[in-house]
Design a protein around this ligand. Structure first.
Ligand SMILES: [Zn+2]
Length: 437
């Protein structure tokens, strides 16, 4: 018989209402003032939820009456239930103690490295994250094998949309590190995309701009071209995969948008052309900023690990940070969907602190907590083509249960002591051991 779980007396954040378009010129960007909080269908103050097998069967305000012997009953006494969170810019390859030593991770012996990656997968799940989208690996099969091990039940972890080795152009950033797939033209890139997809990769990562942290390759640098990008998108499409890009400068964002790239990471600088290209593809493009990372860098959080103020000065990150905050506001006004995701795993943006990204959206950009949560829930489902990211009948029962109210205080999502339980596909995937004395 299908297993049934009845979750009672919950505050339910359904994340089912569309994020309203921000209004230009209004402080906080318009929707920040509470238009999307506590109104109608988005939040059920006191409700029940019935899970059957791996899916949500019913969501109701008030009580669901069923024969109590027919389901396992879990009384939450007012705790909050929301969709399991998602992160769209993930490097599972970076171990819990990672300190920017990409080359040593890439060359680490395979067996201990695999255990490091397993620990990261578990950390995502225990942090309330039931979905991750890879943004490039250090060893070619890190994401694919971890996904397989999770699906076989060997290790705990989120749903994984696997990435592969990062792809860059000859002469461009990261081309001489020995850790990337280096391509010269459209034919090359088609070949590399196909080969990665054959191994199970579904989110391919390309560099189309530089990055100020490596001063020889400034963020405004533009790599690859329309022909290469459209070839990559076309080839990925044949496998049901999609292209994501590292794109910091506005020309790289515009090029990615007009060629059908699905996820544009960073998008720090935006001009009118870039915004128009994004608007033209509003229904099938997402922007994943990684704001907390820039915030931490310009706030000196990386200084104990040798990222000196001089290095930050040289990187241009201060300017980039302010441009990004402004850019996210522009994107909200243009109705472009934002994805939470943040390059977590450095010691100054440690694994397990993923929801700090949402806090920055609230504090720096002026999103309402609900809008920020939508970037990690509602906006993720259509990206990956799964029924996830909403608490809704028919959707997969990927759920996070927390003590406290994330709509009153978004930082609740970062507090390990408040995380009670994570369900994935209707199963208790994590139960906080601290809850039981
Ligand atoms: Zn990254």
């Amino acid at each position: 018989m299908t297993e049934r779980i009845l979750i009672r007396n919950a505050k339910i954040l359904t994340c089912s209402a569309p994020t309203p378009r921000a209004v230009p010129g209004v402080p906080g960007g318009g929707s920040g003032a509470g238009a999307n909080v506590g109104t109608g269908s988005d939040v059920i103050a006191d409700g029940d939820l019935l899970i059957e097998g791996d899916r949500i069967a019913r969501v109701a305000a008030g009580r669901i009456e069923i024969d109590s012997g027919a389901a396992r009953v879990v009384d939450l006494h007012g705790a909050a239930v929301l969709p399991g969170l998602g992160d769209a810019h993930v490097h599972m390859s970076w171990p819990l103690d990672f300190v920017f030593d990409h080359v040593s991770v890439a060359n680490a012996p395979a067996a201990p490295h695999a255990l490091d990656v397993a620990a990261v997968a578990r950390t995502f799940l225990e942090s309330g994250y039931t979905l991750v989208v890879g943004a490039g690996v250090s060893q070619p099969f890190d994401d694919v094998r971890t996904r397989d091990a999770i699906e076989r039940g060997l290790i705990p972890g989120p749903r994984v949309i696997p990435s592969g080795t990062m792809i860059t152009e000859r002469g461009a950033i990261s081309a001489d590190t020995g850790m990337t797939s280096v391509v010269s033209d459209a034919r090359d890139i088609r070949e590399v995309v196909a080969r990665q997809c054959d191994t199970g990769v579904r989110a391919l990562k390309l560099f189309v701009s530089g990055d100020g942290i490596v001063p020889e390759y400034p963020s405004d640098d533009l790599y690859m071209n329309d022909e290469m990008l459209s070839a990559a998108v076309d080839e990925a499409d044949r496998y049901g995969a999609f292209i994501t890009v590292h794109a910091r400068g506005s020309d790289s964002v515009a090029m990615a948008a007009r060629n059908g790239v699905r996820v544009i990471h960073h998008a720090c600088f935006l001009d009118d052309k870039a915004v128009h290209e994004l608007e033209a593809r509003r229904d099938d493009v997402w922007v994943c900023p990684g704001l907390h990372y820039l915030y931490a860098m310009v706030s000196g959080h990386a200084e104990p690990w040798g990222v000196t103020p001089e290095k930050i000065e040289r990187s241009g990150y201060e300017k980039e940070f302010h441009a990004q905050v402004e850019g996210i506001r522009q994107l909200r006004e243009a109705g472009i969907r934002i994805l939470a995701g943040g390059d977590f795993g450095h010691q100054w943006t440690k694994h397990g602190t993923y929801a700090a990204e949402l806090q920055r959206y609230v504090e720096l950009v002026g999103m309402s907590p609900q809008e920020a949560i939508n970037t990690a829930t509602r906006n993720m489902g259509p990206l990956v083509g799964l029924d996830v990211g909403q608490v809704r009948a028919g959707y997969l029962a990927d759920l996070l249960i927390v003590d406290g109210d994330p709509l009153a205080d978004i930082t609740v999502l970062q507090d390990p002591d408040r995380r009670r339980t994570v369900l994935k596909g209707g199963r208790f995937a994590y139960v906080n051991p601290r809850m039981f004395p």
